[in-house]
Design a protein around this ligand. Structure first.
Ligand code: SF4
Length: 695
């Protein structure tokens, strides 16, 4: 720890990394941050933090920050520094020119879970009111969009059912496709504490993650399934619940839709869904699945499910979310403390970016754009006519660019070139566009294809709110002036005005007031209320003026909970003689997503490159030793990494992280995607791995 001097004052704010949303005290000397201290009254973290929030904030003043707007006519031209007015004027004139030449729907916008709620709300408002279309999407497309679909279909809204604290009342905890130790460290500590107190753990993951066996913690069952077989596993678990009399019949009769339950019961009880039949698909011994199902469904105990991107980032991501929701309903494990279905959101504001209407089919509060009553309330407030048809999702924007109908993009806070799968496809789409406006704190990989660069502001430079994975809305507070002179929300406002659509706000609190006025689940939210309560969990309105820690207590948001049929369909991404291994991906504790922030902090001393984990048998077959350089080839592309030999992965499976652009993890991932939401299938890529010379 570097001693940066005695603080003079402090400001309470919220971590800008993962979906736990820890509260921090930024201790300041003048306008400089001296250190970040976890806030003891922070309701999500209660005084705890991890190595990201505590130490990795220095990127905010890193020398790579771009603080002056820039433009260039062609991406081969050098950047030219210009004033804010010139940059925004140029972007607006290009967007207008493109729409005049190619039509209203030829441009769109992408927002990010790095942005505050208020910023995200403004981006979707800009697209809908100033661009005049619904071509707005968010990076949640590539992570938790299946959560939106799956929980929406079954429970009626896209949100985790519990507070993090609720885990303290769980008797059985099932973690599916998530690695809390690395991805959500402060929640992982809470979870491990509960396990040390005696709760039982079931882990479903292709990799032996830390919580399967670590000091003082050991999973009762590790269901080490083959990548891509989640739905087969959840069907097998459900089969045991239904055929062994483990359904909570009273709960289902009172709380759930009877017809959908009967259809589901008939479906999962079929012999082809038994653990014995599914063993050949998942690779998990039937006896282990039966024992895990009995433990999860044990009468009289509280069982909670926590899941992550290992559930959603699959061709059947939405199906798996519905499978999880079915299992929890059938066993009566929704609607009280200690139970529930809890998506562990990767980024700080994934929940918020979805809540704010940044999907092409939904207005804020998860209301479909085709609903004329909802649309007319926004039309009255915004003074425009809204289009009733959903716009383009991110992958559709790329496809439309390649066919020539999509020509302009406003991209705020999201590095689509490094984050999205099949980098070659993304790059080709961007090259086919005529005007790309990137708003970011660094010249990221996407900026290489941009014509206008608008410097963004870090979380330390603006006011607003983030909503964490437990629906908790917390304040982000400005601790220093924005380095480029404008905060991100002010840039969007200027762009809207330059396009001829008037926007005017003095402060982000006014944006939240507008959100609250237009969104029933947010009606009681205000900066003043958050100030008073510390944070607030939506729904927050007249029915729940102080917010809602546990959802679906008396009834589901949609009324009766609905069971959905979840038939296992194998992914198209199959092993072949040419590509005999399955690659899956994940995160490491000290780094964060594409690493734009953490790579520019001392955290690189813990982890400075992405490595390929390979099982000893597969390594021996190929003559690979730990530390060797290996080439990884898929049908999408190839890259080179150093190998680590470990039995954390099973034979036939390899694993890497995706924090460093030079590792090219997404050069090899394919553009397979979830059938319902187009969330990419990052977690299953058939590859070959062979030794190569050092690149
Ligand atoms: Fe930040 Fe997440 Fe770590 Fe908390 S657990 S300090 S929110 S990265």
């Amino acid at each position: 720890v570097i001693w940066l001097g005695q603080p003079e004052h402090s400001v309470i704010t919220t971590c800008a990394y993962c979906g736990v949303g820890c509260g921090f005290k930024a201790e300041m000397k003048g306008t400089e941050v001296v250190r970040m201290v976890p806030w003891k009254d922070g309701q999500a973290n209660e005084g705890h933090s991890c190595v990201k929030g505590r130490f990795a904030w220095g990127y905010a003043t890193h020398k790579d920050r771009i603080t002056t707007p820039m433009i260039r006519k062609k991406i081969t031209d050098p950047w030219q520094e210009v004033s804010w007015d010139e940059a925004i004027g140029y972007a607006a004139s290009e967007f207008k020119r493109i729409q005049a030449q190619h039509g209203r729907d030829s441009i769109g916008g992408i927002t990010s879970s790095r942005c505050t709620n208020e910023e995200t709300y403004l981006v979707q408002k800009l697209v809908r009111a100033a661009f005049g279309n619904n071509n707005v999407d968010t990076c949640a497309r590539v992570c938790h969009s299946p959560t939106g679909y799956g929980l929406g279909q079954t429970y009626g809204t896209s949100a985790g059912t519990q507070t993090f604290k609720s885990v303290e009342k769980a008797d059985v905890i099932m973690v599916i496709g998530a690695n809390p130790t690395d991805g959500h460290p402060v929640f992982a500590s809470r979870l491990k504490k509960r396990l040390r107190e005696g709760a039982q753990l079931i882990v479903a993951d292709p990799r032996r993650i830390d919580i399967v066996k670590s000091p003082h913690v050991k999973a009762a069952h590790h269901l080490q399934l083959k990548p891509g077989t989640n739905v087969a596993l959840i069907s097998a678990l459900a089969h045991v619940v239904v055929t062994e009399g483990l359904v909570d019949e009273a709960y289902v009769a009172e709380r759930c839709d009877t017809k959908s339950f009967n259809d589901w019961r008939n479906f999962v009880s079929r012999p082809e869904n038994s653990p014995e039949a599914m063993e050949a698909v998942t690779g998990v011994p039937a006896g282990e699945v039966r024992a895990a199902a009995r433990l999860y469904a044990k009468k009289g105990s509280n069982a909670a499910i926590y899941y992550g991107l290992g559930v959603t980032e699959h061709s059947q991501g939405s199906t798996m979310v519905m499978g999880i929701a079915n299992l929890a309903m059938a066993t009566g494990n929704v609607g009280r403390e200690g139970v529930g279905v809890n998506p562990l959101r990767g980024q700080n504001n994934v929940q918020g970016s979805c809540d704010m209407g940044s999907f092409p089919h939904e207005l804020p509060g998860y209301r479909h754009i085709s609903d004329s009553t909802v649309r007319s309330s926004f039309e009255a407030a915004w003074g425009v006519e809204l289009q009733p048809e959903p716009g383009l999702r991110i992958p559709n924007m790329f496809d439309a660019a390649l066919t020539g109908s999509f020509k302009g993009l406003y991209c705020e806070g999201e590095d689509i070139v490094q984050s999205d799968p099949n980098t070659q496809h993304v790059a080709a789409a961007l090259m086919a566009m005529e005007c790309i406006v990137v708003q970011d704190i660094f010249l990221n990989e996407t900026a290489k294809y941009a014509h206008v660069f608008l410097p963004g502001s870090s979380f330390l430079e603006k006011d607003g709110t983030f909503t964490n994975a437990e629906r908790r809305i917390s304040r982000v507070r400005k601790v220093m002036p924005p380095l480029p002179g404008l905060a991100d929300w002010e840039v969007t406002v200027k762009l809207a005005n330059a396009l001829g659509y008037p926007m005017h706000y003095e402060h982000p609190s006014q944006i939240m007031d507008e959100i609250a006025a237009l969104t029933p689940t947010f009606r009681g939210v205000s900066f003043d209320k958050i100030e008073k309560l510390g944070s607030v969990q939506w729904p927050c309105n007249d029915d729940a003026p102080d917010g809602t820690p546990t959802m679906h207590i008396d009834h589901f948001v949609r009324g009766k909970g609905r069971f959905m049929i979840t038939k296992y369909v194998p992914t198209d991404e199959k092993v072949t003689r040419k590509f005999p291994l399955l690659l899956t991906t994940g995160r490491i504790l000290s780094q964060y997503n594409v690493g734009a922030q953490t790579r520019r902090t001392p955290n690189v001393e813990w982890h400075s490159e992405d490595l390929l984990e390979i099982h000893p048998h597969d390594a021996e077959d190929r003559g690979i030793k730990s530390g060797d350089w290996v080439g990884i080839q898929s049908r999408a592309g190839d890259t080179v990494l150093r190998a680590v030999i470990t039995d954390r992965v099973a034979p036939g499976v390899v694993y890497t992280t995706f924090h460093f652009p030079e590792s090219g993890a997404n050069v090899i991932t394919t553009d397979n995607s979830d059938w319902a939401t187009n969330c990419p299938e990052y977690k299953v890529t058939a590859v070959q791995v062979m030794p190569v010379m050092q690149p």
